[in-house]
Design a protein around this ligand. Sequence first.
Ligand SMILES: Cc1ncc(COP(=O)(O)O)c(C=O)c1O
Length: 357
Amino acid sequence: MSRFWSSIVHSLTPYVPGEQPKLPNLIKLNTNENPYGPSPRVVEALKAEAADSLRLYPDPNADRLKTAVAAYYRVTPQHVFVGNGSDEVLAHTFLSLLKHSRPLLFPDITYSFFPAYCRLYEVTYETVPLTDDFQIDPEAYLRPNGGIIFPNPNAPTGRLLPLKAIEGLLEQNTESVVVVDEAYVDFGGESAIALVNSHPHLLVIQTLSKSRSLAGLRVGFAIGDSALIEALERVKNSFNSYPLDRFAIAGAVMALEDQAYFEQTRNAIIRTRGRLVEDLCALDFEVLPSAANFIFVRHPGWDAGELSQRLRELSIIVRHFRQPRIDQYLRITIGTDEECTALVKALGKILGLRCDI
Ligand SMILES: Cc1ncc(COP(=O)(O)O)c(C=O)c1O
């Protein structure tokens, strides 16, 4: 605390990201990163970018990247906004499209950056409870609101809302913007980008951090009607002209080009997820259906906080949220087959079971 702080700083509760410990031999299943490196073609593109041209500012509009995103999703570049990670795209969205006199609505259990942005930008909000089995109930959002936002699949539950249900919500809620945060959609969902042309109040946000394995490069984007994109551009250009550096633009363009590598690594993660779910069920864990690169689990006989601590003692970190309704759950990122096998063995040991895997 300091008398030099602006008044808003006193009222902030900043988002706390999952830890990034520097310990050797750690199995890190806590921040939903991709266990495989980025495409080798991306690495080559980044090396080529380390050149004299770094003395020049990057393209403030990142036109090459917008064109690549537009071509990939069959929209026009005027439908695309790009930012420094989808967190930055989300932040601009809260300020430019979701701050109104009526409250913003989002699930009670969801990405914990949402309430942090609301506090930063003084957006009034109400949370809408997930059902008892942690699903989003679109009917519950049919009330006066200044906007609706949810991740799909939701985080940290991993549960997917089918595209039909999103379409139904868009058709019944036409007076405010509906934002779908699709950070994890490539691992099992169907993107709502298909609905953008017919629904001018839909904004879909995606990231290259998860399925393209580029969390360290910081690239996210939004796709929506050109009027929504213009609002985001106005805020961006009042904040930072160059949110994407030359590396981010070059690497992201190549990541979208290397479709074969994307398919290969994404499919490997989906296969490993299937195996991990089976192995954990065999250890009596309850596992929510997941369309993401993580699973949300609990064990009826064990306290989640204690399980997380015991795993840590065995050099495996997973995410435990000390939050009402979910404090008995663990969120586990899908790692490589080897990492997941080590996790199952460690859990078998902790639970005191013999484990033949
Ligand atoms: C639901 C959700 N949205 C957005 C993000 C932000 O991703 P990034 O800023 O890396 O693009 C995350 C990161 O974990 C997430 O879980």
